[in-house]
Design a protein around this ligand. Structure first.
Ligand SMILES: *Cc1c(COP(=O)(O)O)cnc(C)c1O
Length: 681
């Protein structure tokens, strides 16, 4: 009550007024909140300012930049020329009745990424005179969309680029899509008998499936299937390294990781294989320490450890030929080139160099032949190619009203707030902020106790926001923002309502707070004078984006332009000019992560009700079949079966497969398509 009595007890002495002048009725609260903007308006905003603000060179090079018209441009072929204006593209797509939000995929970018990755390894191999080769694979789980996988296989042909499958549906995709001779088909994930058989039979179609053992139980399954089919498998082991990844996905590695075998377990595998005379089949060592590894030192440590395991396995008599370094090659989402989780402190070339150099050193030391190097880079290949465009439907600015002039005999608390607002300056803004907060709190208490009317409370609140606006205006011009003012920016931010579902289109933003670069795709020659957060169309309060990339750490609001009314008015009613935002680098994981990770679909569901004698099953809702989930990612199952059938036929003609094997393969393939996406034993 102390505060309260002091306010009531103080007659006309406005204790907050740092000024000697008592407030006069009729005084205008100078709401020159945009004073710093007007100061800057003198300095014309340029596209270079936008480049810096949105950090587009940091995360967008060489694909995204800003043109003289202030629009984002896309150069899908990277440095090799050719570009298009993203705004013009979006507008022309809209004229073709393609509404927003719109995911635009640039296949040339995909091609460029594959070329780049291969070029980096080629360069590293030349630089260290590595007497082996690099042969990458794309992890299907990263983006299973049919058109993307088909493009990828096509663009990867010159490099014998293969695919990695992490589940049975992904194996189905890889079998039907991968047609590049000598490319690798890495089979990861949990495996049942059907998965293993199908993978082994793929050998007969001329594929090179490498079955990577991740669980001890799989060893016997593989031995049995191989014996029964009479096919000598190519096997790998996935090692749990002690090197731990960092950041978000750090838990994929380390001794407690979900996947992979510990060193004692690997030795058990070696013994088991040796006992049945199959040690010759063990040819590959695999590890995956997580995605988006932001620090090169973590990668180096992992390679060093894995190289030693590799040479030791050779020493134990395994027929080692491949070293698969998994995924993890990072993307610079915030353009800061740091080991922050949204960035990485190395480039693709450093990555390739370190892998090549470390492996060479380890093998040379033991005079072993150099392995074929495999990486399973998903994020680094697929992220850049897609851009999500969405529009702003409206904004909400609750704090934008200008308070009416001060009248005679207004309540003391209102006069105090008024006076605080009037006297805010560069010298006292921080102190004024605390005064304003205190007066606003007092006003709320006074209201609760019946000393203020609703109108008076509204007035107090309005004045409070006016203070905040003014203080914020000043604090933005300062180089250093005091900690206590940081929250202010967020609480004053406008809400931009966007035509989007965060859950559908950017699930990682919601689920794991992943940062993606977001920026307007036009008006970039104009200063973005507003600060806002984004709220999506869903009724869920989590359907928002309120973390944005920054040079250091993250920022809680982003710079945006005020919405404008269109110059030409349709039927005399003013129309809002479209305001388009782009979300970039979201081509990896976002399209299917929400509900179809690794293409595991809806689960079976049953509705149970108690009855006097126990329970009854009211309803059974069958979960997705493989066929159904493949349909979600645009595959035509009949085409897939037909493709396998044709290849089987060809293999038969060429005597690569027996009739019995062919039958089994097709049966397995078709049965898998009709089965539940989860495993069955
Ligand atoms: C997810 C995953 C990848 C892909 O990782 P990126 O970081 O996207 O390159 C590769 N291998 C395995 C085994 C994975 O689980």
């Amino acid at each position: 009550m102390g505060v309260l009595t002091s306010t009531i007890g103080n007659s006309s002495d406005a204790d907050a007024a740092n000024d000697n002048q008592p407030p006069q009725p009729g005084d205008d609260v100078s709401l020159e909140t945009n004073s710093h903007h007007s100061a800057q308006a003198a300095k014309v905003w340029t596209i270079e300012d936008s480049e810096k603000l949105y950090r587009i060179q940091g995360w967008g090079e060489p694909y995204f930049s800003i043109n003289a018209a202030g629009h984002v441009t896309v150069s899908p072929k990277g440095d090799r020329g050719g570009s298009l204006d993203l705004l013009e593209l979006v507008e022309s797509l809209r004229l073709r009745n393609l509404g927003l939000p719109l995911l635009i995929r640039f296949s040339d970018i995909l091609e460029d990424r594959i070329e780049r990755l291969n070029a980096c390894f080629a360069k590293a191999i030349a630089r260290y005179s590595y007497p082996g080769k690099y042969q990458g694979v794309f992890p299907v789980k990263c983006n299973q969309q049919r058109h993307l996988i088909e493009d990828l296989v096509r663009f990867g042909q010159p490099y014998q680029f293969g695919l990695e499958a992490g589940s049975k549906p992904e194996l189905m995709i890889a079998l039907a899509t991968l047609k590049t001779p000598n490319s690798l088909l890495i089979c990861n994930g949990y495996k049942d008998r059907e998965y293993i058989e199908t993978a082994l039979l793929a050998t007969r179609l001329g594929q090179k499936p490498l079955v990577v053992l991740e669980q001890l139980e799989e060893v016997q399954l593989v031995i049995d299937a191989a014996r029964q089919l009479g096919i000598e498998p190519m096997l790998g082991v996935r090692a749990k390294l002690t090197t731990k990844g960092t950041g978000r996905w750090g838990d994929s590695a380390g001794e407690r990781a979900k996947f992979g075998l510990t060193i004692p377990e690997i030795l058990t595998v070696v013994d088991q294989l040796k006992a049945v005379g199959m040690l010759n089949s063990l040819q590959l060592l695999h590890f995956h320490i997580g995605s988006q590894i932001s620090s090169i030192s973590v990668i180096k440590d992992a390679i060093r450890e894995a190289s030693q395991i590799y040479v030791e396995l050779s020493a134990l008599g395994a027929n080692m030929q491949y070293l698969d370094v998994g995924g993890g090659l990072g993307i610079d989402y915030d353009g800061s080139k740091t080991n922050f989780h949204a960035s990485k402190n190395y480039n693709m070339q450093n990555y390739a160099n370190d892998i090549v150099a470390e492996v060479k050193e380890a093998c040379e030391g033991r005079q072993l032949p150099m392995p074929v190097l495999i990486s399973e880079s998903g994020r680094a290949i697929a992220s850049h190619q897609s851009v999500l465009i969405f529009d702003v439907l409206g904004t909400s600015d609750v704090h934008a009203q200008t308070p009416a002039p001060l009248e005679e005999k207004e309540h003391l608390i209102i006069r105090n707030l008024w006076e605080t607002c009037r006297t805010i300056s560069v010298e006292n803004y921080q102190e004024a902020y605390h005064d304003a907060i205190q007066f606003n709190e007092e006003a709320k208490s006074l209201f609760s106790l019946g000393y203020l009317t609703l109108t008076q409370r509204a007035r107090a609140e309005q004045l409070y926001w006016a203070c905040c606006q003014k203080i914020l205006g000043i604090s933005r011009t300062q180089d250093y923002v005091p900690d206590d003012l940081e929250e202010l920016e967020k609480s004053m931010a406008s809400i931009y309502y966007v035509n989007l579902s965060v859950f559908q289109s950017v699930p990682d933003s919601w689920a794991i707070d992943q940062l993606f670069p977001i920026m307007p795709i036009h008006r970039l020659d104009e200063e973005p004078t507003c600060r806002g957060t984004l709220a999506d169309l869903t009724c869920d309060s989590d359907g928002k984006i309120d973390q944005f990339i920054d040079l250091r750490d993250v920022k809680s609001v982003m710079e945006l332009h005020p919405l404008r009314e269109e110059t030409q008015k349709i039927a005399n009613s003013p129309v809002k000019e479209p305001y388009y935002l782009g979300l970039f680098l979201a081509g990896a994981y976002q399209e299917v992560m929400g509900n179809l990770h690794n293409l595991f679909g809806d689960t079976n569901a049953v509705h149970i009700q108690l009855t006097p004698r126990g329970y009854e099953i009211e309803q059974v809702v069958k979960g997705d079949t493989v066929k159904e989930v493949l349909g979600y990612v645009q595959y035509d199952v009949e085409d897939m079966v037909e493709s396998i059938r044709r290849r089987t036929e060809k293999a038969l003609q060429e005597n690569h497969i027996t009739l019995k094997e062919a039958q089994r393969l097709l049966q397995n393939y078709e049965r898998s398509l009709g089965s539940y996406t989860y495993l069955s034993y």
